[in-house]
Design a binder for this molecule. Structure first.
Ligand SMILES: [Zn+2]
Ligand SMILES: [Zn+2]
Length: 146
């Protein structure tokens, strides 16, 4: 289902701010902070107020159309979402972010943790870090082990 359809199916108009933010994130390979979104839109002559950027992100995140991911330094950014249970893998060099499907991905681990802690696990947050194929090529001769 397209993001336009998700918005309208949930009773929201595909308004200027929502469309601009969504189109920008859909084109971006890297997560973007609200400030970066604001700046990118300003530079391309489609200025939005910061408040509009935040409001649009809040709604898009609520509908699962954008996801929050975490950079290696702990700062967070937004990427365009994808349908179904999924997770993100993020390149530590260039911050390119890819989604991967994750059904039943952690069931062994969760069972073990439940047995060890007596918690009942209801949810999880998983994100992987690594070096993307392009960055592996670029730095093949200067690979650091981080
Ligand atoms: Zn990379
Ligand atoms: Zn999962």
């Amino acid at each position: 289902m397209s993001w336009q359809k998700v918005l309208s199916n949930n009773g929201y108009r595909v308004s200027g701010p929502r469309r601009l933010v969504m189109e920008l994130l859909a084109e971006s390979a890297q997560p973007m902070t609200p400030l970066e979104i604001y700046q990118a839109l300003s530079q391309s002559g489609r200025a939005l107020g910061m408040v509009s950027v935040y409001r649009a992100l809040e709604l898009l995140a609520e509908l699962g159309l954008v996801c929050v991911v975490y950079n290696p330094n702990g700062s967070s950014g937004y990427v365009a979402g994808s349908a179904g249970h999924h997770h993100h893998i993020l390149c530590k060099r260039c911050h390119r972010t890819i989604t991967f499907a994750g059904s039943e991905d952690l069931s062994d681990l969760i069972q073990r943790v439940e047995a060890e802690t007596n918690f009942r696990v209801s949810d999880h947050l998983l994100q992987l870090y690594g070096i993307c194929p392009e960055c592996q090529k670029i730095s093949a001769d200067t690979v650091e082990d981080n």
